[in-house]
Design a protein around this ligand. Structure first.
Ligand SMILES: *Cc1c(COP(=O)(O)O)cnc(C)c1O
Length: 808
């Protein structure tokens, strides 16, 4: 046991001395004056020494081997807290805890005050973070590139049931993990004009510009094998102080340059925000894409000298279209600065880039008004036109018809002309991947149908994954120990070994221990929620959990409506053997997303009414837990019995929350959407509860003229629940609050709640039946853990490495 948890012999005293030394000399406090944040910083800075050495080893090693590097460009990295992850991956948790204990400091307590780095909205950003960890764990030289937002994802407070957004101030105590690299800085231009030179070349004369400065964070792989770099860009004004204006008394005007630069890296845009801040968003995308491409090209030339070999030494992955302008930026550098011909530059560009698509939702497909794009990036606009001309010539030569040409074009000509970033990313990449098998199939049939016909080899699937270090070993140490006891420690290095657990699924003694671990996690969560929000939960009830961004396609509303129907049923039939349930919700709504915010309010209203009703005798409890983030997910998921993955089929590209729950022994109730399909294939039909329409059926129902009102009329259970909500039963203070929300279900119901409601309610009763047989439930939960090792992001990254990047 001890050997598997710590690599080196325990030397708490020496380590304690180092921490004290750091506290005194780096933080400037003595032991008496030190506050928890000082201990946290001193601990991180001490641990960091070891990490930095491994980091430099990793860099030297990649250099010595002339290794090809992977560059992961992402506007979001939802990394969460790093101390526990770093300690665990370095196998130093025990040693550091022991050292701190001699100083009277509790490691768990200081881990808990580390800010949660929320530089992302949800799944896409968390994927980038899991990928960074897996890249290092697989010993692949890689850089993550993104933006160092001063305020990441907003902090959510619930006031009287309503979401209130507050700035997340994760840097308020400084950030002991990061290293500012003042020497790694690049000019990023905007606006201006394109001018010809005497040699016949063209040259972009930017009208304004800022400096991008690198801030590096080490990403520690499993067992500290490799430490890679997460390089986040911050912005500096080239003219931070205009002294003449200052001296003339215009103090604010004198600082304008820095203010503009600060604005660029100030906030992370919400995933589903509407047009707000459009220009600033495009500026952010170009800012970080340009800085990253310049950095990659500089590194390549430094090591290799020949720009033409770039694709043999660099694989650049675009995490969605947010960095798609990087395609045009690399073209600009190759053509304008390195004097390559257009066609040769295009070949190099395509050989270097890969693009990952994350959504088919039309409203989420990025495009920019052409005048805005042209004003901000005039040279890139020319290159986009040139790329488009080449692309459309090729399409025509291969027999594309008028409709296909329209769909393939980088410019959307229907209505206001727009630059289509997905088409640019597709055209500029040698690989385009979806994130689950179903999603990849749908990509071929829908958004990229014509591009796919033109380049049938390009689209491939890479089903998402999650890092089992954070989501099993660190979040659920009790379960990890139990697994080790049963099948040995091999699963810690290779998640596929979890399969050995299958043999223990029907073992009564193992089931008991498994159930005890789950219960302990539920007790811990119960205590946490009691302390944080005064909730009183019964740890023996089924913990039924839906935590994810609040979005209509994810259908939290379907869950809430079913909860209301269940509440009705329990009151009408108190004699039945109802399963005590705790329904937990958490998630943030984009600040401009009115319906999503209303759904949060409804969850709270329903909770208030149900939780206070003595007639249901505590059989049902509902809670909305504020401020969903990585750290909260790490607490809730290990305590879950039931995982709600109920999106309208065809709308969730993959999901990764679904994988985290299954890995922690929760049963999934879900639709055949995203990676749920593959989770079913892995755990087996009997170990998951699937309901509802398939993606094909959803498409067919839409095509046939979907009429939700007819369906509601035929489902009394649904009709009654909807009437209760719409008539103000849960909102007596404002009876009309949900009239519009519910009315929309009768008229359009775009996300087809009505169509799936009866199947969902029946599936929930099937879940109840299964819960009554505790042994069977535990066996099923164990089989889930045993059979989802494939969803490790190590497997995903190995596939990218082999098929797309050519580095394995
Ligand atoms: C895993 C994760 C997500 C993604 O969850 P889905 O259920 O796949 O949408 C979002 N936010 C956080 C904090 C996560 O940890």
């Amino acid at each position: 046991m001890a050997t598997s948890l710590s690599a080196a012999p325990v030397q708490p005293n020496k380590l304690a001395e180092e921490i004290i030394d750091t506290l005194v000399h780096r933080i400037g406090k003595d032991q008496k004056a030190a506050r928890p944040h000082d201990w946290l910083a001193a601990t991180i800075l001490t641990v960091r020494n070891d990490i930095v050495e491994k980091w430099m080893d990793s860099t030297r090693d990649a250099h010595a081997k002339g290794a090809k590097r992977v560059y992961y460009l992402s506007l979001e990295f939802l990394i969460g807290r790093l101390l526990r992850d770093a300690l665990s991956n370095l196998r130093q948790t025990r040693d550091v805890a022991a050292a701190l204990e001699t100083l009277g400091v509790d490691l768990a307590q200081i881990e808990e005050i580390e800010p949660d780095a929320a530089l992302g909205n949800g799944g896409l950003g968390r994927l980038a973070a899991c990928f960074m960890e897996s890249l290092a764990s697989l010993d692949l030289p890689a850089y993550g590139y993104g933006i160092r937002y001063v305020n990441g994802m907003f902090r959510q407070r619930i006031d009287d049931g309503f979401q209130v957004e507050l700035p997340e101030n994760w840097l308020q105590y400084g950030n002991p993990w990061e290293f500012e690299r003042r020497e790694s800085k690049y000019f990023i231009g905007f606006g201006g004009e394109v001018v010809g030179t005497e040699t016949g070349h063209v040259h972009w004369k930017a009208g304004e510009g800022v400096e991008a400065v690198a801030v590096d964070t080490p990403m520690v792989g499993w067992r500290g094998k490799r430490v890679n770099t997460l390089r986040l860009w911050t912005a500096r004004s080239l003219d931070p102080l205009q002294l003449d204006r200052f001296n003339a008394g215009d103090f604010e005007g004198a600082l304008q340059g820095q203010t503009r630069a600060d604005t660029l890296v100030r906030v992370l845009y919400p995933n589903d925000s509407t047009a707000a801040g459009q220009e600033l968003r495009l500026r952010q995308e170009y800012f970080f894409s340009s800085a990253s491409i310049q950095d990659i090209v500089r590194r390549h030339l430094q090591y290799d000298g020949d720009i033409r070999t770039l694709p043999t030494k660099a694989a650049i992955q675009l995490n969605d279209t947010h960095p798609a302008v990087a395609v045009a930026e690399l073209m600009r550098l190759l053509v304008d600065h390195h004097d390559l011909g257009f066609d040769e530059a295009w070949d190099i560009t395509r050989a270097t880039f890969g693009y990952t698509n994350h959504t088919l939702l039309p409203e989420a497909l990025e495009s920019w008004p052409l005048p805005l794009f042209e004003r901000l990036l005039p040279r890139h606009m020319q290159l986009v036109y040139a790329i488009n001309a080449k692309l459309l010539r090729e399409a025509k030569a291969k027999g594309a018809d008028e409709a296909a040409i329209k769909a393939i074009s980088l410019i959307d000509e229907g209505g206001e002309r727009r630059v289509r970033m997905a088409n640019l990313a597709f055209a500029g990449s040698h690989s385009v991947n979806g994130v689950a098998a179903l999603h990849t199939d749908l990509m071929k049939q829908t958004v990229f149908r014509d591009l796919h016909a033109l380049y049938p080899e390009r689209i491939n699937n890479k089903t998402n994954g999650i890092t089992p270090r954070r989501w099993l070993q660190e979040a659920n140490p009790g379960l990890a120990s139990l697994i080790e006891e049963a099948i040995g420690p091999g699963f810690r290095d290779d998640a596929a070994e979890l399969a050995k657990l299958d043999a223990h699924a029907d073992d009564d003694a193992f089931q008991q221990k498994f159930a005890a671990v789950k219960r302990a996690n539920k007790v811990a969560l119960t205590q946490y929620l009691r302390a944080e929000m005064g909730l009183r939960l019964d740890p023996d009830a089924m913990f039924d959990v839906q935590i994810k961004r609040i979005h209509e396609y994810k259908r939290q509303l379907l869950n809430i409506i079913e909860t209301v129907a269940l509440y009705d049923q329990i009151r009408s039939h108190p004699e039945r053997e109802w399963v005590p349930r705790v329904k937990l919700f958490a998630g943030k709504a984009a600040s401009s997303y009115v319906n999503a915010k209303l759904i949060i309010k409804l969850a709270g209203d329903v909770a208030r009414r149900i939780n206070a009703d003595p007639a249901i005798g505590g059989l049902l409890k509902v809670a909305f837990v504020p401020n969903y983030n990585v750290s909260l997910a790490e607490k809730i998921i290990p305590a879950a019995n039931l995982s709600e993955q109920i999106s309208t089929a065809g709308m969730e590209a993959s999901g990764t929350g679904n994988m985290k729950f299954a890995l922690n022994g929760a049963l999934t109730i879900g639709t055949l959407d995203g990676a749920n399909v593959e989770i079913r294939d892995h755990v087996g039909e009997d170990n998951i509860v699937i309901f509802g329409m398939t993606a094909d059926e959803v498409a067919q129902a839409r095509a046939d003229g979907y009429r939700p009102r007819d369906i509601i009329d035929r489902s009394p259970e649904l009709g009654q629940a909807l009437s209760a909500i719409a008539s103000g039963v849960f909102s007596p203070d404002d009876p009309d609050r949900y009239k519009g929300l519910i009315g929309g279900l009768y008229d359009t119901d775009h996300f087809m709640l009505a169509a799936d409601f009866d199947a969902y309610a029946a599936a929930q009763r099937e879940v109840d039946r299964r819960w009554h047989d505790a042994a069977q439930w535990n066996a099923t939960a164990i089989r889930n853990v045993a059979r989802v090792g494939w969803f490790s992001s190590d497997r995903t990254i190995a596939e990218y490495a082999k098929d797309i990047w050519g580095v394995l």
